[in-house]
Design a protein around this ligand. Structure first.
Ligand SMILES: Cc1cc2nc3c(=O)[nH]c(=O)nc-3n(C[C@H](O)[C@H](O)[C@H](O)COP(=O)(O)OP(=O)(O)OC[C@H]3O[C@@H](n4cnc5c(N)ncnc54)[C@H](O)[C@@H]3O)c2cc1C
Ligand code: FES
Length: 287
């Protein structure tokens, strides 16, 4: 098993034009940028994104996972607060200040295991990027994807065209009636490893199920971030050994079984701490 290490040398700052914005209902938007000269992102990495014309507010860029890399990288945005609302109103030709690619992407798959990807809300973005990469490597991942209703499963049609997919909604409007973690149980066992991204309570539950089953589990964290590259120290996440990691440089993709999810406030019974405000895949706040 190898891991992909945070590499500051590959990080670039640039003002790049928006090529297109594709809306998926009112709440979700895919933004595609023209960044031909930019470094190529790996699945699981993220960019700090801010409109070049935002003026003084919001002041800080917003962390967004890459949905795709290459010369025209894209992100999937859920409208939540001021920054994401501005992204949702942007038009082709608008310029954005991007810093990326940042953080450690998903680690390499373990030889001989099948990958089960567990997504909630916009947590699907880094997992769809991963699924496409795994398929290019000749693997056959399965993606379990949950949301509150069918409106909260953006890109589900793209997923179905990409790999084996199981859907769950809490209101039963699409797929299995229930939570995405309800789908996971029948997959857990020898020969499986799990990659997950979504609201913290969902990931905490996924990590707990994997630990009980002896299954490796990697999670992509969405801790609040101000800088995105190790300067502000604002993204500390507690580990089980009573130390902290910094989600932007030690993650966002980390071994989920090393984290103290309870101390982070993510126990499902304790309610959300989610970074992102999504509509819940597991009864929490939306990602
Ligand atoms: C590595 C990483 C990858 C991410 N990838 C995506 C993605 O692909 N798509 C996507 O839509 N979102 C993603 N997010 C979450 C996204 O960055 C936030 O939803 C966004 O910053 C919200 O900005 P805003 O201006 O719309 O909301 P704001 O106006 O900044 O926030 C509105 C409210 O939400 C709270 N809030 C905002 N961010 C957080 C947070 N991180 N934790 C707790 N509370 C918070 C604020 O305190 C405030 O009360 C990611 C976050 C991280 C760290
Ligand atoms: S976001 Fe600033 S150190 Fe991690």
């Amino acid at each position: 098993m190898s891991s992909l290490h945070h590499d500051p040398a590959r990080r670039q700052f640039a003002s790049v034009p928006l090529l297109r914005r594709d809306s998926i209902g009112d709440a979700y938007h895919v933004l595609t940028f023209d960044w031909a000269a930019g470094p190529r992102a790996r699945p699981g990495q993220f960019a700090m994104v801010r409109g070049s014309n935002w003026g003084h507010a919001p002041l800080l860029p917003r962390p967004m996972s890459y949905l795709s890399g290459g010369s025209t990288p894209s992100i999937l945005v859920r409208v939540y607060g001021d920054g994401t609302r501005r992204m949702a109103r942007s038009e082709p030709g608008d310029h954005f200040d991007l810093v990326g690619p940042l953080g450690n992407g998903w680690r390499a798959p373990i030889p001989g295991l099948r990958q089960v990807l567990v997504a909630g809300g916009v947590g699907v973005a880094p997992l769809l990027f991963l699924a496409r990469s795994l398929i290019e490597q000749g693997r056959s991942p399965v993606l379990l994807y949950g949301g509150r209703s069918q409106r909260d499963l953006p890109l589900s049609d793209d997923l179905v065209d990409t790999c084996e997919v199981e859907l769950a909604t809490e209101d039963g409007s699409r797929g299995t009636h229930g939570r995405v973690t309800d789908l996971l149980g029948r997959w857990l066992g020898p020969g499986i490893e799990v990659f997950t991204c979504g609201p913290d309570p969902m990931m905490a539950r996924v990590a707990g199920l994997c630990e009980a089953a002896g299954v490796p589990c990697e999670a992509s964290l969405e801790s609040p971030m101000a800088c995105g590259y190790g300067v502000c120290l604002g993204c500390a996440v507690p580990r089980r050994d009573a130390t902290y990691l910094y989600a932007c440089v030690d993650g966002p993709c980390v071994d989920a079984l090393t984290l103290d999810w309870g101390a982070a406030g993510a126990e499902p019974t304790r309610g959300p701490i989610g970074a992102n405000g999504s509509v819940a895949a597991d009864g929490e706040q939306p990602r």
